[in-house]
Design a protein around this ligand. Sequence first.
Ligand code: C5P
Length: 418
Amino acid sequence: MTLPLHNRRILLVIGGGIAAYKALDLIRRLRERGALVRPLLTKGAQEFVTPLAAAALAGERAHTDLFDRAEEADIGHIKLARDADAIVVAPATASLMARMASGEASDLAATVLLATTLPILIAPAMNVRMWQHPATRRNLATLLGDGVQVVGPNDGAMAEAEFGPGRLAEPTEIADAVESMLAARRPASGFGFLAGRTEAGALTGRRVLVTSGPTHEPIDPVRYLANRSSGRQGHAIAAAAAAAGAEVTLVSGPVAIPDPSGVRVVRVETAREMLAAVEAALPADIAVFTAAVGDWRPAEAKGAKIKKDGTEPAPLRLVENPDILATIAALDSGRPALVVGFAAETDAVLENARQKIARKRCDLLVANDVSAESGVMGGTANTVHLIGRDGTVETWPTLDKDEVGRRLVERFAALLPR
Ligand code: C5P
């Protein structure tokens, strides 16, 4: 089996923060997945970890200074900025983010980041107050606008005995984010029966709307109803549609995975917010409803935390949520030309799916088995069946969700009226 990052070249920029030690573990995690890692340490990073340690773990020499003559002769900063598949900045300190956002070229790390056109993923780590400072918020917004992807920071206890967002994402989370960033950019792969049918640009000039993730339906200020959807499949479809040239809006419930690149992301929590965001994102040529929308919500979200008072049963009354897919599929005017639904079933997958396509009036239904044994919910692989309006069924082999996304997008492009 090929490793997910087989031979992918990652330039790892290590910033100067207490979390720099975790960058050493990140080198390991990336190499385990097949990546070739070239470390670059800022001056600050060298206060926390040594270039020797990074080099030893990477099996590559570590780069440090802009004006190191031997280094410039050997591999210059421009070559460093080009000679990789992606750049990962971990930890991205407040200062490094500021240098990136303002386009400074004051040291080797900042110069390489300015000189590159490679995809960049940053994993911020800093004190919670620094993270929340308006200056960092501005820099983050600038970087996101420049197409930089972000993973974390996570909530947690900080070195200074404070608590909140600012902790470096775990090395495995960062490695996952690298994988999805690179997968989203990989051209349609050549294996399988759909190989090579659609070239990049198949959706140029088209508008695609995708819903993804779970919804959170508040019970009170601290509790909510949710489900196990990770958003991986919906995000992969959005990424693949963007890679095919579409203008993509991704309406996402709360997820812990990075935004796909080149996609407009609208974040929502509840089903009703999701419906409003979907309506606001129309018109679209293709609408793909991948989100695991909560079927019910608490009849009223209490303003204060509900107390245990021995009442049996617990005081929770549920009402039905709007069906977003059915609402959009039933539009008289402004209905997208292709409306695609998903059917997550735990049993009688095909039978339930056939009934669902008729009931929801979508053009295509993608059905999958999400029973606990299938490992699909929250997992990275998926086995799907495509059900057409006429009841035809096509079953695909078990594939990585990114690959499912790419193949679905190829199919959508082929089905779209010219
Ligand atoms: O009825 P069920 O939840 O199985 O239908 C799944 C399909 O309907 C998915 O495409 C899902 O995104 C969509 N859906 C929706 N709004 C709901 C419930 C489901 O858009 N309230």
